[in-house]
Design a protein around this ligand. Sequence first.
Ligand code: GLN
Length: 228
Amino acid sequence: MSDKLIKIAYLYEDLMNTYGDSGDVKILSFLLKREGYDTQVDNISLGDDFNAFDYDFVFFGGGQDFEQTVVAKDLPRHKDTLKEYINGDNPMLCICGGYQLMGNYYKTNSGITIPGLGILPLHTVFKSDKRMIGDTRYMTEWGEVKAFENHSGQTYFDDKDKLHSLGDMIEGYGNNPQDHVEGLHYRNFIGSYSHGPLLKNTNVANAIVKLIIKRHNDRVNASEKVAE
Ligand code: GLN
């Protein structure tokens, strides 16, 4: 494999990109180019084969409830590869609707329960009386993040010992109105409600770039060993 080509899987880019989250992938590609890498971004959509271990990074953006119902029907085919990839400490970023679908379920406005992949012990419930929309600010391990949120789903961790949030709210709602925390940081998986896109916050983007390059080097070394 090419030692200067970073491969990014963009899950359901054609269906889950109503909030401009493709900006996250563009920012990562820009930053990786500055480090001397080219990027190849593959849209993994309905019916496509997908092996997470062929990639250096996996991205899953936000979307509307209807698109989430469509995607949720196709997604279970990829549960095993994604679970193994995440639990193997590999980097992945999920925004809003994508974040919700990695959990146990998302109970929507119309009373439908969209099953999630159940890889992460969390669930989301739609509350029509409170759309969480507006600017957000929160403190992460990499410093302050400024973004924008737009969701009615309220996310709750089912296993609070296992899951830790991405940050503590300064402004806005984040996961839900009660917990005052934003997103999830589990191993090298980040889930977040932040649009804007999130990675205009270069403190977070640079941390992800480091993880991607490490993963890439590990893959290159492993493929060289096989070739020896
Ligand atoms: N449809 C979901 C919600 O309203 C996700 C929205 C999003 O991805 N921005 O909670």
